[in-house]
Design a protein around this ligand. Structure first.
Ligand SMILES: [Zn+2]
Length: 378
């Protein structure tokens, strides 16, 4: 079983419903990918993630390279076996974490030199090395190394990063094509990443350059990093219009629940975000009525579930009052139950988005969700 992608329907908004097949199972798109930074989605076991219906997880190359090390994971039979996750995995290139977490990060055309945030040891991440690490991990989808810059960026900075991103993508592609699927290497799909900050013409230029390298899928990177939501959507739409319809598109690092339908309407098929898991650990719950900040005193004796409309295991059993008590007491179960609900909510929202596309109703679904988030409790 190898890889394929097909689009079943396109909604009037431009939203697409489809299916991505990988050697580790099928992913219904548009898909939300829970983030399993260090080969675990914080607070959830793999059996729970299966129960929740997650079809693909994201794991962070930077973290796994530093600890426990990609060679250890290769010797353990690859990341799927190491973490006992039989379904699909996407790994990032490690670049974003190098730029945001490591110390003394120094970039040139060769790659990025950095010091580990764990022990201060020195490392060099190149486009070839990022591809090699992800082949060792054996993820289903690997990302090329790109240069991440801060937004808003002056145009010359964005242009220079774009040039380097394309040059690195070419090197990563050449390295990858010699190895993937060969003896001793896993079957894998490698995605290119479109950059260009918030300049529409640079986004288009980046997409055109990457199309020449013939990736089986394309990501849009460097967005949702502080620019207005409308700008994120405008850039994603510009890029989406140029990408081949028959290949999957991944918008990296988004987003808030009420924004997910907008990104889908931009023609995006895959998304990932730490928000549902990170917010859960900070007592922020996402519901059909908006955000519930469960530490709030108003929930002290509230016998309702987190979300009366939610079908998750936590909402079937526990009250808001109990959840609030667990957070107030600093119990780890608080994070476990809150994460369970939030990940269910994100996956269920995506399921409803797919259903809305099927019926050509994405624009209505988006408006309803947004209205509930504006009016809902906090
Ligand atoms: Zn729930």
């Amino acid at each position: 079983m190898s890889f394929s992608f097909e689009v079943f329907e396109t909604d009037p908004t431009g939203g697409r419903r489809g299916r991505l097949r990988t050697p580790h199972g099928t992913i219904e798109t548009p898909a939300f990918m829970p983030v399993g930074t260090a080969a675990t989605v914080k607070g959830l076991s793999q059996e729970t993630l299966e129960e929740l219906g997650a079809q693909i997880l994201l794991a962070n190359t930077y973290h796994l390279y530093l600890r426990p090390g990609h060679e250890l994971i290769r010797r353990s039979g690859g990341l799927h076996r190491f973490m006992a996750w039989p379904r699909a995995i996407l790994t990032d290139s490690g670049g974003y974490q190098v730029f945001s977490l490591s110390e003394l990060c120094k970039i040139d055309d060769v790659g990025v030199r950095f010091r580990s945030h764990l022990d201060g040891s020195e490392h060099l991440l190149t486009p070839e090395k990022a591809a090699e690490i992800q082949l060792a991990l054996g993820s289903d989808i690997a990302m090329v190394l790109d240069e991440c810059i801060e937004t808003p960026a002056p145009r010359p900075v964005a242009e220079a990063a774009l040039r380097r991103t394309t040059a690195w993508a070419r090197r990563a592609r050449e390295y990858f094509l010699l190895r993937a699927g060969q003896e001793g290497y896993p079957a894998q799909w490698q995605f290119g990443i479109v950059q260009g900050a918030t300049y529409a013409d640079l986004r288009r230029e980046s997409a055109r350059q990457l199309l020449e390298l013939d990736f089986p899928g394309y990501a849009v990177g460097g967005l949702a990093v502080g620019e207005p939501h409308e700008v994120t959507c405008e850039m994603a739409t510009e890029v989406g219009a140029l990408l081949p319809a028959e290949r999957p598109r991944y918008l990296m690092g988004v987003g808030r629940p009420e924004q997910l339908p907008d990104y889908v309407a931009c023609g995006m098929d895959m998304m990932d975000c730490v928000l549902p898991t990170r917010a859960a650990r900070h007592a922020c719950l996402y519901t059909t009525e908006g955000r519930v900040l469960i530490r709030n005193a108003r929930y002290a004796e509230d016998a309702r579930p987190i979300d009366p409309r939610c079908s998750c295991r936590v909402c079937q059993r526990y009250t808001r009052a109990y959840l609030r008590h667990l957070f107030a007491s600093g119990e780890i179960t608080a994070a476990v139950l809150a994460t369970h609900h939030n990940v269910h909510f994100y996956l269920d929202t995506m399921r409803q988005i797919r259903e809305a596309i099927y019926f050509g109703q994405l624009v209505n679904f988006a408006a309803e969700l947004r209205a509930r988030y504006v009016a809902g409790p906090a």
